[in-house]
Design a protein around this ligand. Structure first.
Ligand SMILES: *[C@@H]1O[C@H](CO)[C@@H](O)[C@H](O)[C@H]1NC(C)=O
Ligand SMILES: *[C@@H]1O[C@H](CO)[C@@H](O)[C@H](O)[C@H]1NC(C)=O
Ligand SMILES: *[C@@H]1O[C@H](CO)[C@@H](O)[C@H](O)[C@H]1NC(C)=O
Ligand SMILES: *[C@@H]1O[C@H](CO)[C@@H](O)[C@H](O)[C@H]1NC(C)=O
Ligand SMILES: *[C@@H]1O[C@H](CO)[C@@H](O)[C@H](O)[C@H]1NC(C)=O
Ligand SMILES: *[C@@H]1O[C@H](CO)[C@@H](O)[C@H](O)[C@H]1NC(C)=O
Ligand SMILES: *[C@@H]1O[C@H](CO)[C@@H](O)[C@H](O)[C@H]1NC(C)=O
Ligand SMILES: CC(=O)N[C@H]1CO[C@H](CO)[C@@H](O)[C@@H]1O
Length: 768
């Protein structure tokens, strides 16, 4: 009987599986490799529909339709498929991969709950300086754009380059006159996933997620102005961070591809945006979007990687944020070798919010607040734990979880909270404190403290454990502890800077350790750039600010896109890999104290944290030598990674053949950094090869110096390279010997110098 029951349950269970997997159609992306340049798009779409009808049963013809059609740089489509149909399609000869459509997230640390407001359009134009014009076009794949921002003023810019094929799509609240010679294109897409629907009820911001290129949340406006915003003098955020705002390449053009709906960005739409951007004629694509690291897939199931590969094939550089899951290792995403992956650093300006304790001690906290309190006032201090309401767990009250704090015990006081147990965001803690009538909030938490939280006019300050101990000590030994939180002030020339942002995702890459990722680092903490009106709280009696602070690798990525545009405008013939190489080999690894850049809790930063270092666009203008990575190199990489030759041929669109295999060639692709995923101590040697191209003076001689970690011997042969003309190439061999090294990753660098240029290649070697 029991067996019968078991059998029955088993049958039922498998029935359920069948029913769900066979009947529920979900959005999938079908990727079919490289497209012919100037191919017949209509014929291609017809063929794709034909394919769909061959797997979709009759009676469900309504699903024989392409939600997105990719046909410019690569072939494929997205459609509603059942799992069985998707499996059938993946067996087709000309199909490279089929994968479920998913949502990716914007890489800002600012969360959606922080942003909520009714939106009004405000356009307040500030004076600006005129510039000459160049023809570099940056395609931004993001949440949209706020065209009225003074950062997108086009005064002084020349006519739009004639090769530009993009459009300025009109929408609910966006018309052709919103584009200009700075913002030359703006495109939006229809939402494809069932989970996001236009809402007629809700804030204007939420309605604006659809049917317009306008940015409802401020992310795309911020990143665009960072990459290529025009000069705006007197930019500030209510008096903080006053100065001139400008993008990395103020003379470049911006084209916005709005692929996100609020902060959700479907894979299928990102892929479409990349295809369009390539076809429209952009030079550089900036994508501050990614998956969470544990959902990473291999390169041919990752649409961002697929799109970026084809962009590269057409000479377009793709720059991506590496994610905000630091300081944990193996969290960096967007790590394909043809993507320029960016980590985030701090800058030398911090926003400080001082706490004055009743005993006169002053503690330097971090926050952006416009507290109206002065140092001549003081308010009772109470620890959240001691203000728990009724039967609430004290840990919840310590954490300032909403509903856990007793209004009677908190009203009119400054509450002290920590971050324990289930995380409660800073915004939520502040709302809980405000609701309980608190006069202010002091948060003791090292995580994210550098990335100053903006609390409007509510007095707020965040300190680390050390200052926290002082506060607790004072509270424990004082009968009536008091404190006051002063309004924020910005501190310039703060030292040490830069540091690796705690939140910045770390390498090694989870998909392959044969490539060192992230590639490099750029500012991403408390970045002031163009904002969307009324998204952040406006302090009482003030007008909405044109500029706002944001943090994240999202903010670091457009710094690199802008720097790349700057290099491209100086060296129009440089390929994407040459631009990347110039930025990496000239990057800086020391801070403004002349010491090594540090990371979480003050440790020396490794190359898995900061890549080759912080970008220095001026040094990158004149790198001396560059490492060129060709499309063929990337195809070899795909061979070594283990993809089938059939798939690699589809991707390349050629009769490419993989060389006969030899182990772990990935480390040998001509990349401007080196990663050896496994260096066995017993195996005496491991060699890898690099080729440099002279882009400096025709006659020059470079000499190599090596900075190797303890126990690892590095030999470079030859150690002298002589060039007699421009574009001349030279190849050298690097041999690693880990005879006496300890296990785990060791870091070092090889530097070529001719006296005038230094070309540094960083390496990471994993000794096993
Ligand atoms: C287009 O937008 C601009 C700025 O918002 C506005 O001044 C203009 O009247 C609009 N034109 C049309 C045709 O809607
Ligand atoms: C809008 O949505 C809220 C809940 O999200 C609901 O309470 C309210 O009645 C809705 N208003 C209208 C006009 O539909
Ligand atoms: C500070 O502002 C709040 C309202 O935001 C007001 O209630 C309070 O009286 C002000 N305090 C001082 C000292 O001005
Ligand atoms: C102060 O009191 C808190 C809470 O009772 C306790 O956790 C902490 O260890 C004490 N800290 C110091 C520095 O005395
Ligand atoms: C950091 O690097 C510097 C310079 O290389 C070195 O002197 C120092 O000992 C290092 N610190 C640590 C904690 O390893
Ligand atoms: C590949 O090679 C075959 C036979 O050699 C040839 O017919 C075909 O045109 C080639 N295809 C491409 C894309 O070069
Ligand atoms: C470079 O060196 C070659 C051979 O040594 C010489 O003929 C040539 O004139 C030099 N060129 C320059 C620009 O110095
Ligand atoms: C709204 C407000 O109070 N802004 C102040 C913020 O802090 C700066 C510097 O401390 C002041 O200049 C602003 O007036």
């Amino acid at each position: 009987m029991a067996e019968m029951l078991q059998l029955l349950l088993f049958v039922l269970a498998s029935l359920c599986v069948c029913v769900t997997s066979n009947q529920v159609a979900e959005p999938y992306v079908v990727y079919m490799g490289s497209a012919l340049q100037g191919g017949d798009h209509e014929a291609l779409q017809a063929a794709h529909l034909q394919m769909l009808s061959s797997v979709i049963p009759s009676g469900e013809e309504q699903r024989v339709s392409l939600m997105q059609s990719y046909h410019y740089a690569f072939k494929g489509f997205s459609a509603m498929l059942t799992e069985t149909e998707a499996t059938l399609l993946s067996g087709y000869d000309d199909v490279v991969s089929v994968f479920p459509d998913r949502m990716l997230q914007l890489h800002t640390t600012r969360s959606w709950d922080f942003l909520d407001a009714e939106s009004h359009i405000g356009s307040h134009q500030l004076p600006h300086k005129a510039f000459g014009s160049t023809d570099v076009i940056i395609g931004m794949i993001d949440s949209g754009i706020w065209p009225e921002s003074p950062s997108f003023n086009d005064a002084g810019m020349g006519p739009i380059p004639s090769r530009w094929k993009g459009t300025c799509m009109e929408g609910l609240d966006f018309n052709k006159s919103n584009c200009n010679r700075k913002l030359i294109g703006a495109k939006y897409y229809n939402a494809q996933l069932g989970s996001i629907q236009p809402s007629s009820n809700g804030s204007l911001a939420k309605q604006n997620a659809f049917g317009t290129p306008r940015d409802p949340i401020g992310h795309g406006t911020h990143t665009s102005s960072t990459a290529a915003g025009s000069m705006v003098s007197n930019a500030d955020f209510y008096g903080l961070a006053q100065g001139v705002a400008k993008g990395g390449s103020p003379t470049s053009r911006i084209a916005m591809y709005k692929a996100c709906f609020l902060d959700n960005c479907p894979l299928s739409t990102i892929l479409k945006a990349i295809d369009d951007a390539i076809n429209d004629g952009v030079d550089i694509i900036s994508i501050s979007i990614g998956t969470v690291s544990h959902l990473q897939t291999d390169f041919l199931n990752d649409p961002l990687a697929i799109g970026a590969f084809h962009a590269n094939q057409r000479g377009v550089l793709v720059v991506c944020s590496g994610g905000n899951e630091g300081p944990h290792p193996f969290t960096v995403v967007n790590t394909a070798p043809w993507i320029l992956t960016v980590a985030a650093s701090s800058i030398d300006r911090i926003i400080r919010s001082t706490i004055v304790l009743g005993n006169g001690n002053m503690l330097k906290g971090y926050a952006i607040n416009f507290s109206n309190l002065s140092r001549f006032e003081s308010y009772p201090l109470v620890f959240g734990r001691d203000a728990a309401i009724g039967a609430t767990l004290v840990s919840e009250a310590s954490n300032c979880r909403p509903g856990s704090i007793d209004t009677i015990k908190v009203d009119g006081k400054i509450i002290v909270c920590v971050n324990v147990g289930v995380p409660v965001t800073r915004n939520t803690k502040i709302l809980a404190a405000q609701e309980a009538g608190a006069k202010g909030l002091i948060l003791i938490d090292d995580l994210q403290k550098e990335n100053s939280f903006y609390s409007g006019d509510f007095p707020f300050s965040q300190v680390g454990k050390d200052a926290g101990t002082q506060i607790f000590k004072y509270m424990n030994y004082t009968k009536k502890p008091t404190a006051v939180i002063l309004p924020s002030e910005d501190v310039k020339e703060f030292k040490p800077a830069p540091t690796v942002a705690d939140f910045s995702s770390r390498g090694p890459g989870g998909v392959t350790e044969g490539i060192l990722k992230p590639d490099l680092m750029a500012p991403g903490v408390n970045i002031l750039a163009a904002g969307v009106p009324n998204i952040v709280t406006v302090p009482q009696g003030k007008k909405p600010s044109n500029f706002v602070f944001m943090s994240g690798t999202s903010m670091a990525c457009p710094h690199v896109a802008g720097a790349s545009a700057f290099l491209k405008s100086a060296h129009p013939w440089w390929s994407p890999s040459m631009i990347r190489s110039a930025l990496m080999t000239t990057a800086i690894t020391t801070n403004n104290l002349g010491e090594p850049i540090t990371s979480y809790l003050g440790a020396n930063a490794t190359f898995h944290e900061m890549g080759a270092g912080v970008i220095s666009p001026l040094r990158a203008l004149n790198p001396g030598l560059v490492f060129e990575t060709t499309v063929e190199d990337y195809l070899y990489f795909l061979c070594d990674y283990g993809y089938k030759i059939q798939a690699i041929r589809s991707i390349s669109g050629t009769n490419f053949t993989c060389p006969s295999s030899s182990p772990d060639l990935i480390s040998s692709i001509n990349y401007p950094s080196i990663s050896i995923a496994k260096l066995e101590r017993k195996v005496m040697m491991r060699g890898t090869r690099r080729t440099v191209t002279n882009v400096g003076p025709p006659n020059s001689t470079y000499i190599a110096t090596v900075d190797a970690p303890n126990g690892i011997k590095v030999i470079v042969t030859p150690d002298r390279l002589t060039f007699t003309r421009r574009w001349m190439k030279a190849t050298y061999l690097i041999v690693f010997n880990a005879n006496s090294a300890s296990e785990g990753y060791g870091y070092g660098s090889i530097t070529w110098s001719d006296g005038a240029h230094t070309v540094r290649t960083v390496f990471a070697v994993n000794v096993v």
